[in-house]
Design a binder for this molecule. Structure first.
Ligand code: PRP
Ligand code: MN
Ligand code: MG
Length: 183
């Protein structure tokens, strides 16, 4: 493998667990949106992996669009400030939208995004998130499709980064504090 397991204290969600969970979620999404045109909205950059793997489990008429927002700097703490770095290309009027996220941490990003996308005239806006940290949530988010509740630890992998690193890991793991220092 291209990674060193010594960088991590613990694997929280394995590659196999992710695969099985995405199978389950995709089956529900296929059912729920049967006969409807679905637009997946991925939140760059963390959602890239879950978007790619979820979208490929759905019928090929599904569409993907992307937004880039930022609520974190390069550190490990949420700033609480959400900025649009890249807006959607698609017009949401009358569309069935499913926001795809890697993780709900404080909930600030998705709370803001739900409000923003709902104001654009979509027929429906729902959320799919692979991970959630119940002990970190500051704003409750209605999540239609949830993968795993995880402990309030600093995790990386499967899209989640530390300073843009570790997104490519096939699993989600707790990064050793000595790897990221004490910020
Ligand atoms: C991370 C993560 C979520 C968000 C969750 O993104 O991918 O989008 O934070 O945090 P919250 O619930 O406290 O708002 P980040 O802002 O680090 O950008 P990235 O996806 O490019 O890593
Ligand atoms: Mn993100
Ligand atoms: Mg990040």
């Amino acid at each position: 493998p291209q990674y060193d397991m010594d960088d991590f204290t613990k694997v929280i969600v394995t590659e196999n667990e992710i695969r099985r969970k995405l199978d389950e979620i995709a089956a529900k999404v296929r059912d729920d949106y049967e006969g409807k045109e679905l637009l997946l909205v991925g939140v760059l950059k963390g959602a890239v992996m879950v978007m790619a793997d979820l979208a490929r489990r759905l019928p090929p008429r599904v569409q993907m669009d992307w937004m880039a927002v930022s609520s974190y700097g390069s550190g490990t703490k949420s700033s609480g400030v959400v900025r649009i770095l890249k807006d959607l290309d698609a017009d949401l009027t009358g569309r069935h939208v499913l926001i795809v996220e890697d993780i709900i941490d404080s909930g600030i990003t998705l709370h803001w995004l739900l409000g923003n996308l709902r104001s654009r005239g979509a027929a429906s806006v729902e959320v799919a998130a692979l991970l959630r940290k119940p002990d970190a949530v500051q704003v409750d988010i209605p999540v239609q499709y949830l993968g795993f509740d995880i402990p309030n630890e600093f995790v990386v992998g499967y899209g989640l980064d530390y300073a843009e690193h570790y997104r490519t890991l096939p699993f989600v793991a707790i990064l050793k504090p000595e790897v990221y220092g004490d910020n």
